[in-house]
Design a protein around this ligand. Structure first.
Ligand code: ATP
Length: 366
């Protein structure tokens, strides 16, 4: 087993910078996730480690071994792709055993390892089936089997669950997690799905625009986002952002002169932000409390849309004049709150849980 180190890795395609200044470490046995929106450079970062993309500059090490210029075959990294990339004309047994065949491992030794891996993935009954008539989830297990059979030093996965339906995705997610724990293989996994990332990863590497925005545990990136991008990307529904000014009394008002968005922060929270004068406030939808009667120190708005979600509901609230200055807030509330379309609603805020961001740099004000 090994750790992985990227040191100042950059990849350019002509004038396009795909990734820049990538510095990160994945510890021995760790499950690390590259997370970010489409085009942010996740796949490029992963492919540089696999050896499928050559960095323009920088170095990548597996343990103490500099693999930057090493042929992909000699890196002992196994990759699983979104489209599975199985050999259609071979059986399940042949697909899983193929990497061993290439290595010249034949006969009983290969058969034994294939059986062992198939049992680990609970697919021994599929071994003699053709790839073509397997379901997506079964194909993905075969792809995992083919990747782990060589006992690689690192396991690389590029959106391996993207082509599965929602239910299968969940069961494969937990299977991958268990498998990674059991095998203890250092893993780098790409996804744009923040929920998947939060549930799988020991470490999240959040990327945007070719740059790493934050590296941390799921808890750290959720509760202590480094900047507005990370705060908005992690969490569903997304965090609300409002540009505000704060006065000496700790009262905040929307910068858009929107009537209604005004409330007094509790003093310990106000102390954090007062010296900034102006800032962007970040409030997660579940940190509001919705009231259908007026209450003291509340933001007054109007219910635009409600979306029932079983025990909870998502309420879109309009603050201000729909035709003029206004803000739209997303609020998560228990389904027992009787929010009626076009009726007023009053929102209080769980002050200690709000975040403040510098309104120029987007950095979080700690
Ligand atoms: P997605 O989630 O959509 O797969 P990603 O985060 O994995 O996106 P990359 O595929 O790494 O992003 O792409 C990063 C940037 O590099 C994008 O702007 C992309 O267009 C560009 N890029 C990637 N591969 C090439 C290539 N072979 N030639 C030119 N540009 C490329």
């Amino acid at each position: 087993m090994v750790n992985v180190t990227y040191d100042s890795v950059e990849k350019r395609y002509g004038n396009t910078i795909a990734v820049e200044d990538i510095n990160l470490t994945v510890d021995d046995g760790e499950f690390a996730i590259l997370l970010g929106p489409s085009g942010c450079g996740k796949t490029t970062t992963l492919r540089c480690l696999a050896g499928l993309t050559e960095p323009t500059s920088g170095t990548i090490k597996l343990g103490d071994y500099d693999v930057t210029d090493v042929h992909p075959k000699n890196r002992n990294a196994a990759m699983v792709f979104q489209n599975f990339a199985l050999y259609p004309h071979m059986s399940v047994r042949e697909n899983i055993g193929y990497p061993l065949k290439v290595e010249g491992i034949d006969g009983d030794a290969r058969a034994e390892r294939v059986q062992e891996v198939a049992e680990m993935l609970e697919i021994p009954e599929l071994l003699d089936r053709d790839i073509d008539n397997l379901s997506g989830g079964q194909q993905q297990r075969v792809a995992l089997g083919r990747a782990i059979i060589r006992r690689p030093s690192v396991f690389l996965m590029d959106e391996p669950l993207a082509n599965l339906d929602a239910k299968l995705k969940l069961s494969m997610r937990s299977r991958i997690k268990v498998l990674q724990r059991e095998l203890g293989i250092t893993t780098l996994y790409v996804t744009h799905d923040q929920e998947e990332a939060m549930s799988l990863g020991d470490k999240l590497i959040v990327m945007n625009d070719g740059h790493i925005q934050q590296i941390g545990t799921p808890d750290e990136v959720y509760h202590e986002p480094k900047n507005r991008f990370v705060a908005g990307f992690i969490g569903s529904p997304s965090m609300n952002f409002v540009d505000v000014e704060i006065d000496d009394s700790g009262t905040i008002r929307s910068m858009n002169a929107t009537e209604g968005f005004e409330y007094r922060l509790e003093s310990t929270v106000a102390d954090r932000y007062r010296e900034h004068g102006e800032l962007t406030l970040g409030i997660r939808p579940q940190y509001f409390t919705a009231h259908t009667e007026p209450v003291d120190n509340a933001i007054r708005g109007e219910v635009k849309v409600t979306e029932p979600q079983g025990d909870d509901q998502i309420i879109d609230v309009l603050v201000g004049d729909e035709e003029g200055d206004h803000i739209e807030l997303t609020v998560k509330a228990p389904s027992t709150v009787e929010a009626m379309r076009n009726e007023p609603i009053w929102l209080t805020v769980d002050d200690p849980l709000v975040h403040g961001f510098d309104n120029r740099t987007g950095e979080r004000i700690a």
